[in-house]
Design a protein around this ligand. Structure first.
Ligand SMILES: O=S(=O)(c1ccc(O)cc1O)N1Cc2ccccc2C1
Length: 374
């Protein structure tokens, strides 16, 4: 009975994966949210969601067979296959399910370097694709559905005048709450705001506050934990210094801690899904509250990259770490960065282990780096 059904899904997959995803700028989301209508939104969504899903689904089948064989990732691709049109609501736990898949794979028979690079390349694309699909879905539901926006000023989940300082303060206060509860103390924040475009005015940008909050909350948790574990909780811990600068093109935020830092080889692992996938700590309130699946940094970097921003860590082992976030200050330049299924992504995923092109791999550059841009 499933035969013809699976056949039609496979045909749908091939059909929709031939279209390139359409990248929208945050300005376009804003304009459409203000002047668009539900019918045209639905028309766009109905096709675009399928195009974005089909593009990444084609890549799932190219993953190392060992990963596809794990029960968890079969479930992910399984629920993709059976109901393309309605699976979105069921995907709330796909991050955790993929993490379980990686743990099963690592515990089963480990992964060779080529497979690990392929998985890194794929998961960055898989998760940014997921961020983009949930963005489309949320915009439609908040603007045209009955999901309430954060404030009357918001257009969907976008704040046309996002006050960066208030998001930074919110994230700091919430990270401080967790830190105080666990370490009974927390470092202070020294915050400097530099608006180099509208001198002396508050720093506002068109942004998705929940994305910026997610990033800042993660970085503050890391900085607080590093500071207290390096300096101990007895004497006064050094401040965490935060700089927010609005330039003509970039909105930059730097979080500087004196948490002892890490070496370049350790730093590279912080963004690696294979290394950083830790089994979820038992939520019994005993473990450090600042730990999660370990996906905080890779996912935070994807939220920064989603609208053409980025996230870098610069660490000085023995002293501390600077976390730098860049976002587009001009909304028409903040276009979605979307994975495109193509011969090059197919080649990058299925390519065998590369012949060495350096005598010693350079940490952080990734020998024969899968993504030429990184
Ligand atoms: O690697 S880090 O330098 C580090 C990484 C990211 C970041 O945002 C801030 C940081 O400081 N750092 C994280 C961490 C956690 C527990 C104990 C010691 C450390 C050191």
């Amino acid at each position: 009975a499933l035969g013809p059904f699976v056949g039609t899904v496979a045909k749908k997959l091939d059909h929709y994966s031939q279209f390139q995803p359409s990248s929208l700028s945050i300005q376009q989301y804003l304009d459409f949210g203000r002047n668009g209508n539900a019918a045209s939104s639905f028309e766009f969504l109905r096709k675009e969601l399928l195009v974005r899903l089909a593009n990444i689904m084609q890549e799932i089948s190219l993953l190392p067979p060992k990963l596809l064989a794990t029960p968890s990732s079969k479930m992910v691709s399984g629920c993709f296959n059976d109901q393309l049109q309605v699976i979105l609501k069921r995907h709330a736990h796909v991050v955790e399910t993929m993490a379980e898949g990686l743990i099963e794979l690592r515990e089963s028979d480990g992964v060779d370097i080529a497979a690990e690079r392929g998985i890194q390349y794929f998961l960055d694309r898989f998760y940014i694709n997921r961020i983009s699909i949930r963005m489309l879905q949320n915009q439609h539901l908040v603007v045209f559905g009955n999901v309430l926006p954060e404030s009357p000023r918001h257009v969907g989940c976008i704040d046309p005048a996002c006050d960066v300082e208030s998001v930074v303060l919110d994230a700091f206060e919430n990270a401080k709450f967790l830190c105080d509860r666990y370490y009974l103390t927390s470092p202070m924040m020294k915050l400097e705001m530099h608006n180099m475009v509208e001198k002396g005015s508050p720093i506002n940008i068109v942004a998705v506050p929940s994305h910026l909050y997610h990033i800042m909350f993660e970085l503050f948790k890391n900085a607080m934990r590093a500071t207290l574990e390096f300096h101990g909780v007895d004497d006064d811990p050094p401040d965490i210094k935060v700089y927010v600068v609005k330039g003509s093109e970039d909105l930059s935020i730097k979080i500087s801690d004196r948490g002892g830092g890490v070496s370049r080889t350790v730093l590279e692992r912080l963004f690696n899904y294979m290394y950083s996938t830790a089994p979820p700590p038992p939520r019994d309130g005993t473990q450090a509250p600042l730990a999660g699946y370990g996906y905080g940094l890779p996912l935070s970097r994807l939220y920064a990259r989603y609208f053409q921003g980025d996230l870098f860590l610069v660490s000085m082992e023995g002293y501390g770490t600077d976390a730098c976030i860049y976002m587009k200050a001009v909304p028409v330049e903040a276009s979605e960065v979307l994975p495109i299924y193509s011969t090059s992504s197919r080649r990058l995923l299925t390519q065998a282990a590369q012949v060495a092109d350096w005598s010693h791999p350079i940490p952080g550059q990734g020998q024969n780096s899968r993504d030429p841009r990184r």
